[in-house]
Design a protein around this ligand. Structure first.
Ligand code: IPE
Ligand code: IPE
Ligand code: MG
Length: 256
């Protein structure tokens, strides 16, 4: 989708800055546990409210004609949490797919899932595969869910895949390029994120999209994820639109 098309869809009152809308928004959805703790609730209820925030955010992304939205839903390190919490998170993910898949499909959303597939349980794998298969041809929002995702593991898998190509004699070591690496990652074929949003006040990547965020703009918000929605998405986008992206070049100086 052309950026112009995106710009035309945004309401001028909501988009005060002249810089382009992001083509790809990635979000580290953090703070469910602290949101719950502040209310004296169990962490599980924070995660449940977090799913509502996911629904609001996907809806807003569709309305704003954002072409790509990537959500970090479960990291490869999150397995170190207590079993009860992991069970809650797995249950919520399965319920989200079962309950929302038809609506996402009706809304022309193409769902992709990145992360390690081999080690997750068979039911979850089947649900993920069904979701990706059903929505494969959709041409609206591409919703990328990072599940059982860790960037170091992703980069390692990509390196292994390319090493196999070399070992099989299909690729020379001297031919190996950044494009090969990018293409062998789970995100192969997707554009890099323009903006990465992290909620909850934490300011780190937590093993998310290490390769892909080389020139991504970071926006850190203090709000906890369950409070996220259209308004905070617009706030983050408006911060992004004030940034000058240089990609190692020089600032765009006025010639006047
Ligand atoms: C984000 O919220 C959800 C996942 C990491 C799965 P957290 O569960 O990390 O919430 P905090 O950071 O403990 O508040
Ligand atoms: C990152 O949040 C992972 C997800 C949002 C899925 P964490 O809460 O796991 O990150 P750390 O442990 O604070 O770095
Ligand atoms: Mg956290």
């Amino acid at each position: 989708m052309k950026l112009d098309a995106v710009e035309n869809k945004a309401k001028p009152s909501e988009m005060p800055h002249s810089a382009a809308m992001p083509r790809h928004v990635a979000i580290i959805m953090d703070g469910n546990g602290r949101w719950a703790a502040e209310r004296g609730l169990p962490r599980a209820l924070g995660h449940r409210s977090g799913v509502e925030a996911v629904r609001r955010t996907v809806k807003a992304a569709i309305e704003l004609s954002i072409p790509y939205l990537t959500l970090y839903s479960f990291s490869s390190e999150n397995w170190s949490r207590p079993k009860d919490e992991i069970d809650d998170l797995m249950g919520l993910m399965k319920r989200f797919i079962r309950r929302d898949l038809a609506e996402l499909h009706q809304n022309n959303v193409c769902v992709k899932v990145i992360g390690e597939r081999e080690t997750i349980d068979a039911e979850m794998r089947a649900l993920i595969e069904e979701t990706c298969e059903l929505t494969r041809g959709n041409t609206g929002l591409t919703l990328v869910i990072a599940f059982n995702y860790g960037a170091r593991a992703e980069i390692t898998r990509a390196a292994r895949r390319l090493a196999e190509e070399v070992a099989a004699g299909r690729l020379l070591p001297s031919e190996l390029s950044a494009e090969h690496m990018a293409g062998a990652l789970d995100t192969g074929g997707l554009p890099d994120p323009d903006v990465l949003i992290r909620t909850s006040g934490e300011r780190r990547l937590s093993n998310f999209l290490l390769w892909q965020c080389a020139y991504t703009e970071f926006v850190f918000l203090d709000a906890y994820w369950p409070d996220f929605g259209r308004e905070l998405l617009l706030e983050a986008i408006s911060q992004y639109r004030t940034r000058e992206r240089r990609f190692g070049g020089l600032p765009c100086l006025s010639t006047a």
